[in-house]
Design a protein around this ligand. Structure first.
Ligand code: THU
Length: 127
Protein backbone atom coordinates (compact mmCIF):
# COMPACT_ATOMS: atom_id res chain seq x y z
CA UNK A 1 0.00 0.00 0.00
CA UNK A 2 1.44 3.40 -0.97
CA UNK A 3 2.49 5.74 1.82
CA UNK A 4 1.21 9.31 2.04
CA UNK A 5 4.58 10.42 0.67
CA UNK A 6 4.19 8.04 -2.29
CA UNK A 7 0.78 9.60 -2.96
CA UNK A 8 2.25 13.10 -2.87
CA UNK A 9 5.01 12.02 -5.22
CA UNK A 10 2.43 10.68 -7.64
CA UNK A 11 0.40 13.89 -7.33
CA UNK A 12 3.51 15.89 -8.17
CA UNK A 13 3.73 14.23 -11.57
CA UNK A 14 0.65 16.22 -12.66
CA UNK A 15 2.07 19.60 -11.56
CA UNK A 16 1.59 22.41 -14.06
CA UNK A 17 4.68 24.51 -13.41
CA UNK A 18 5.93 25.88 -16.75
CA UNK A 19 7.06 29.16 -15.18
CA UNK A 20 8.88 28.19 -12.01
CA UNK A 21 9.69 24.61 -13.03
CA UNK A 22 9.17 23.85 -9.35
CA UNK A 23 6.78 20.93 -9.16
CA UNK A 24 4.96 20.22 -5.91
CA UNK A 25 2.72 17.32 -4.92
CA UNK A 26 0.53 17.03 -1.85
CA UNK A 27 -1.56 14.24 -0.37
CA UNK A 28 -4.07 14.95 2.39
CA UNK A 29 -5.45 12.09 4.50
CA UNK A 30 -8.90 12.17 6.09
CA UNK A 31 -9.68 10.61 9.46
CA UNK A 32 -11.46 7.82 7.57
CA UNK A 33 -8.26 7.13 5.62
CA UNK A 34 -9.23 8.59 2.25
CA UNK A 35 -6.53 10.46 0.39
CA UNK A 36 -6.93 13.59 -1.68
CA UNK A 37 -4.09 14.60 -3.97
CA UNK A 38 -3.09 18.01 -5.26
CA UNK A 39 -0.37 19.55 -7.38
CA UNK A 40 0.58 23.14 -8.04
CA UNK A 41 -1.07 24.78 -11.03
CA UNK A 42 0.59 27.90 -12.39
CA UNK A 43 -0.91 30.55 -14.59
CA UNK A 44 0.53 33.17 -16.94
CA UNK A 45 -0.55 36.01 -14.66
CA UNK A 46 1.61 34.27 -12.00
CA UNK A 47 -0.66 35.63 -9.28
CA UNK A 48 -3.40 33.10 -9.95
CA UNK A 49 -1.08 30.18 -9.26
CA UNK A 50 -2.48 27.69 -6.77
CA UNK A 51 -0.25 25.63 -4.51
CA UNK A 52 -0.40 21.84 -4.29
CA UNK A 53 -1.52 21.91 -0.65
CA UNK A 54 -4.48 24.13 -1.46
CA UNK A 55 -5.52 22.04 -4.45
CA UNK A 56 -5.56 18.93 -2.24
CA UNK A 57 -7.41 20.71 0.57
CA UNK A 58 -10.03 22.38 -1.63
CA UNK A 59 -10.64 19.17 -3.52
CA UNK A 60 -11.24 17.34 -0.23
CA UNK A 61 -13.51 20.09 1.11
CA UNK A 62 -15.46 20.14 -2.16
CA UNK A 63 -15.98 16.38 -1.79
CA UNK A 64 -17.56 17.03 1.60
CA UNK A 65 -14.63 16.01 3.79
CA UNK A 66 -14.14 17.92 7.03
CA UNK A 67 -11.83 15.80 9.22
CA UNK A 68 -8.16 15.41 8.42
CA UNK A 69 -5.17 13.79 10.08
CA UNK A 70 -2.12 14.47 7.96
CA UNK A 71 -0.61 15.89 4.81
CA UNK A 72 2.53 15.01 2.89
CA UNK A 73 4.23 17.42 0.52
CA UNK A 74 6.91 16.43 -1.99
CA UNK A 75 9.22 18.81 -3.81
CA UNK A 76 12.41 18.58 -5.82
CA UNK A 77 14.35 20.90 -3.50
CA UNK A 78 17.65 20.01 -1.89
CA UNK A 79 16.01 20.17 1.54
CA UNK A 80 12.31 19.31 1.89
CA UNK A 81 10.42 22.54 1.29
CA UNK A 82 7.92 24.01 3.78
CA UNK A 83 4.41 25.20 2.81
CA UNK A 84 3.82 28.88 2.06
CA UNK A 85 2.05 31.15 4.55
CA UNK A 86 -1.40 31.19 2.90
CA UNK A 87 -1.43 27.38 2.75
CA UNK A 88 -0.48 27.19 6.42
CA UNK A 89 -3.38 29.51 7.26
CA UNK A 90 -5.90 27.50 5.24
CA UNK A 91 -4.67 24.15 6.57
CA UNK A 92 -4.96 25.51 10.10
CA UNK A 93 -8.50 26.69 9.53
CA UNK A 94 -9.76 23.49 7.94
CA UNK A 95 -7.49 20.76 9.30
CA UNK A 96 -6.35 21.98 12.72
CA UNK A 97 -3.09 20.71 14.14
CA UNK A 98 -2.45 17.92 11.61
CA UNK A 99 0.80 16.05 11.00
CA UNK A 100 2.82 17.55 8.16
CA UNK A 101 5.42 15.41 6.40
CA UNK A 102 7.75 17.19 4.03
CA UNK A 103 9.85 15.19 1.61
CA UNK A 104 12.10 15.66 -1.37
CA UNK A 105 12.81 13.45 -4.33
CA UNK A 106 16.02 12.25 -2.73
CA UNK A 107 13.94 10.65 0.00
CA UNK A 108 14.73 13.05 2.84
CA UNK A 109 11.76 13.63 5.12
CA UNK A 110 10.94 16.05 7.94
CA UNK A 111 7.94 15.67 10.25
CA UNK A 112 6.13 18.57 11.86
CA UNK A 113 2.87 19.33 13.55
CA UNK A 114 1.18 22.20 11.74
CA UNK A 115 1.43 24.23 14.95
CA UNK A 116 5.26 23.99 14.68
CA UNK A 117 5.07 25.64 11.28
CA UNK A 118 2.25 28.05 12.13
CA UNK A 119 2.59 28.90 15.81
CA UNK A 120 0.45 32.04 16.17
CA UNK A 121 -2.49 31.52 13.83
CA UNK A 122 -5.24 33.98 13.02
CA UNK A 123 -8.18 31.84 14.09
CA UNK A 124 -11.00 34.03 15.36
CA UNK A 125 -13.50 32.05 13.26
CA UNK A 126 -12.50 28.65 14.67
CA UNK A 127 -14.31 27.35 17.71
N1 THU B 1 4.20 26.05 -4.26
C1 THU B 1 3.40 25.06 -3.77
O1 THU B 1 2.75 24.33 -4.53
N2 THU B 1 3.32 24.90 -2.42
C2 THU B 1 3.97 25.68 -1.52
O2 THU B 1 3.78 25.52 -0.32
C3 THU B 1 4.92 26.68 -1.98
C4 THU B 1 4.96 26.95 -3.43
C5 THU B 1 4.29 26.22 -5.70
C6 THU B 1 3.72 27.51 -6.23
C7 THU B 1 4.50 27.70 -7.50
O3 THU B 1 3.84 27.00 -8.54
C8 THU B 1 5.82 27.02 -7.24
O4 THU B 1 5.65 26.22 -6.09
C9 THU B 1 6.96 27.99 -7.00
O5 THU B 1 6.65 28.90 -6.02
Amino acid sequence: MPTLIDEARTARENAVAPFSKFKVGAALRTKAGKIYRGCNVENCTYGLTVCAERVALLSALAAGERDFTSIAVVTQSEEPSTPCGPCRQLMWEYCGDIDVTLANLAGQTIEYKLSDLFPHPFSFCIE
